[in-house]
Design a binder for this molecule. Structure first.
Ligand code: SAH
Ligand code: SF4
Length: 350
């Protein structure tokens, strides 16, 4: 019986995997009026119901029809860890047995949720634990959005969403853009675009494509070096997309008013943390409306790199500030539960 049930479910549509456009197609295929599209979308993404039966403003007939060809499901939170500093890490089980992590970060008076976009990552940056585990697969719309919904069920007041967890968002372009559209839609999650930040390691063609989407979200770029030689050592994609080309693309990136690109710079001892590196960085970023986040390298078992001395991080920041760059040292949160940048692996033992 259970197998037959699962089999049936496989054939059905997961309503949480549908874009607004796809919901429109579904509703019109049922011969229903267009206003039903927004009603159903709001039940799924705003009221977060767990069954079609709860959609009480739909006719009984429509609910029956929908139940026959679709379903709503949830990802289960397999485990949760809480750091001394209040950061929470969620392990979510996917339906195929893979798992991913999302991290909830309290920041002064607001909560930021860091979500994943892939199981693993292809880009293999030398300092990143996610990259070390290789690539398994892309997450779909349902799995990306459900990370927000599942954590929201516990904590209502998530303010910011950052696509900075496991994976390279622009390497899963279609699903990520579809998900961001649902996040910002007034009938979807209703999250203001300025509260969403996508972080990329710098896939130039996809950054150009993203520019044309006009989503008005924030863009963060993991630069992590100020010359190609150093960047090549730690980010294999740099050979394909050199720094000059990346920065040229970002100079042309259309920013909404009063917005800047964020550059992330993971500082690694003796690799990219010298005064000369800071000076080079301030030179190459000239002419780009930006701010800089310095992230001291977060260590993990078996890695060869070391965190920089704090004095170097401060000196580095002071050089950038003296050149009028807004520069923040991102103190990593949740390191005691391996929830800090680059420590996500999606598998827990014990
Ligand atoms: N793939 C995207 C988003 C996920 S990585 C990207 O690379 O931007 C999110 C951030 O974590 C990136 O800025 C990355 O450089 C940083 N990061 C990765 N490993 C890290 C580590 N071990 N310590 C500190 N930051 C790390
Ligand atoms: Fe992938 Fe980003 Fe990690 Fe690089 S830093 S391996 S792009 S997740």
């Amino acid at each position: 019986m259970a197998i037959a049930g699962n089999h049936l479910k496989m054939q059905q549509l997961n309503l949480k995997n549908l874009s607004l456009q796809e919901m429109e197609d579904l509703v019109s295929s049922l011969g229903e009026k267009p206003y039903r599209v927004h009603q159903i979308y709001e039940w799924v993404f705003q009221k977060d119901v767990s069954s079609i039966g709860e959609m009480t403003n739909l006719s009984k007939n429509l609910r029956n029809q929908l139940s026959e060809l679709s379903y709503i499901s949830r990802l289960s939170i397999a485990d949760k860890r809480v750091s001394k500093d209040g950061t929470e890490k969620y392990l979510l089980m996917l339906e195929d047995g893979n798992s991913i992590e999302s991290v909830l970060i309290p920041d002064e008076d607001r909560l930021t949720l860091c979500i994943s976009t892939q199981v693993g990552c292809k880009l293999n940056c030398a300092f990143c634990l996610t990259g070390k585990g290789g690539f398994i697969r892309n997450l779909n719309h349902y799995e990306i959005i459900e990370q927000i919904l599942s954590v929201r069920r516990e904590k209502k007041d998530i303010i910011n969403i950052v696509l900075m967890g496991m994976g390279e968002p622009l390497d899963n372009y279609e699903n990520v853009i579809k998900s961001i559209k649902t996040m910002i839609s007034p009938h979807g999650l209703k999250i203001p675009a300025k509260r969403i930040t996508l972080s990329t390691s710098g896939l130039i063609p996809e950054i150009k494509k993203l520019a044309k989407e006009n989503l008005k979200i924030n863009l963060a770029v993991s630069l992590n070096a100020s010359d190609n030689e150093t960047r090549d050592k730690i980010m294999p994609l740099s050979k394909k997309y050199p720094i000059e080309e990346l920065l040229k693309t970002l100079k042309e990136y259309p920013l909404p008013p009063n917005r800047r690109i964020t550059f992330e710079y993971v500082m690694i001892k003796r690799l990219n943390d010298s005064i000369e590196d800071a000076k080079k960085l301030s030179n190459i970023l000239k002419g780009i409306k930006c701010k800089i986040n310095l992230i001291p390298f977060n260590s993990y078992e078996g890695v060869d790199y070391e965190a920089p001395d704090y004095k170097n991080v401060e000196d580095f920041r002071n050089i950038l500030i003296s050149q009028h760059y807004t520069t923040i040292i991102r103190k990593s949160k949740g390191a005691d539960i391996s929830a800090a940048c680059g420590q996500l692996r999606g598998k827990w033992q014990g």
